[in-house]
Design a protein around this ligand. Structure first.
Ligand code: AR6
Length: 342
């Protein structure tokens, strides 16, 4: 997965290079700059003194000293002045110039903080979008694994309306699978109100017998079983769908955020068993309707389960015809679920 959004302290990232959101002096400061200098030790500041500063949008490389990476790439983001002062273009240059520098030094893994989104005031959601778009554009031409390291929750936020819509979708699906209630006297299926996972029973609880069933086993079949019952494997269905959609292989694996080597493995091995995350990423990239997405997952031995919030959120987006990985990840993040590509 070439772009991954992770929540971490960037000074802990074991990559070839981490990027520092510096200021034009390159002589240290607060925020992530302060944290990087503190973790790297004095040697970093000494080397920075020899660089003669850095202009906004440009990037310069140093050693990493006590940090667990090989290099630090220092870039200077724009100060937010309302958005009409070339901020977006300058921020994009920070990402492109840092990645170009990383490539020139043979780096295969690079971690970025959300440049400009702290002291420099760039609105976090917009800063994240510029980061994702710029990195994705760069990766259409180069193979690298790039992390965007998000430090605090507010960087990744979905609207109240979407949060509420997904919450009620989860409640409906989640509960349907796990609970049924019956009025004891009449033996009929009754009503219950559900608030998240807390059930509110009515009328008087004494009248109710709760039939709590074990979570319904998901219809997951083993790969062997799945393969016995179908002539077409996951790999074959994937290739067929790519053709039917008129996509090239590269368009598909890039959209799925899957790296080329993994795609080649899947392509070359008819019986390749991908992880569930990978299978879902392809279903999203191919914009498959729900039944086809489920079919594709089944061929890899998986199902979309109603006892998993992650699965229900994926189902919500597919059902609503929204295949935007970025928005899906925002929602997964809001519900504390692992992200696609993480
Ligand atoms: N790991 C990952 N992200 C972090 C960390 C960390 N350890 N610490 C902060 N962040 P900022 P800027 C996030 O202010 O806006 C300095 O003084 C933070 O939550 O560090 O580009 C420089 O010297 C925010 O989302 O950088 C400059 O003067 C993001 O990193 C000025 O600040 C960037 O916040 C640069 O401002």
């Amino acid at each position: 997965m070439p772009v991954q959004i992770v929540r971490n302290d960037i000074t802990k990232m074991k990559c070839d290079a981490i990027v520092n959101a510096a200021n034009p002096t390159l002589l240290g400061g607060g925020g992530v700059d302060g944290a990087i200098h503190e973790a790297a030790g004095k040697g970093l500041l000494e080397e920075c003194r020899t660089l003669g500063g850095c202009k906004t949008g440009e990037a310069k490389l140093t050693g990493a000293y006590d940090l667990p990476c090989k290099y630090v790439i220092h870039t200077v983001g724009p100060v937010w002045r309302g958005g009409q002062n070339n901020e977006k273009e300058l921020l994009k240059s920070c990402y492109i110039n840092s990645l170009t520098t990383a490539l020139e030094h043979g780096c295969e893994t690079v971690a970025f903080p959300l440049i400009s989104s702290g002291v420099y005031g760039y609105p976090k959601e917009q800063a994240l979008r510029v980061a994702v778009d710029s990195i994705t554009e760069f990766l259409t031409k180069h193979d690298m694994l790039v992390y965007i390291v998000v430090f605090d929750r507010s960087s990744f936020r979905i609207s109240e309306k979407l949060f509420t819509a997904i919450s009620s979708f989860i409640d409906d699906k989640y509960v349907d699978t796990n609970f049924k209630f019956r009025f004891s006297g009449r033996g009929e299926i009754g009503e219950s109100a559900v608030l998240g996972e807390t059930q509110i029973l009515y009328p008087a609880a004494a009248n109710l017998v709760q039939l709590r069933r074990p979570a319904k086993p998901t219809k997951t079949r083993s790969l062997e079983e799945a393969l016995k019952q179908t002539d077409e494997s996951f790999s074959e269905m994937l290739m067929r769908k790519i053709d039917e959609k008129g996509m090239t292989d590269a368009q598909c694996y890039k959209k799925a955020n899957i790296d080329r080597k993994l795609f080649s493995k899947i392509r070359g091995d008819r019986l390749y068993k991908p992880s569930k995350q990978t299978a879902i990423a392809f279903a999203i990239a191919l914009e498959l309707p729900l039944e086809e997405a489920k079919d594709m997952l089944m061929k890899a031995g998986f199902a979309l389960s109603h006892s998993s919030r992650f699965d229900i959120i994926i189902e919500y987006f597919i059902t609503n015809g929204n295949y935007n990985t970025f928005e899906i990840n925002e929602a997964l993040f809001a519900f504390d679920q692992p992200l696609l590509g993480a």
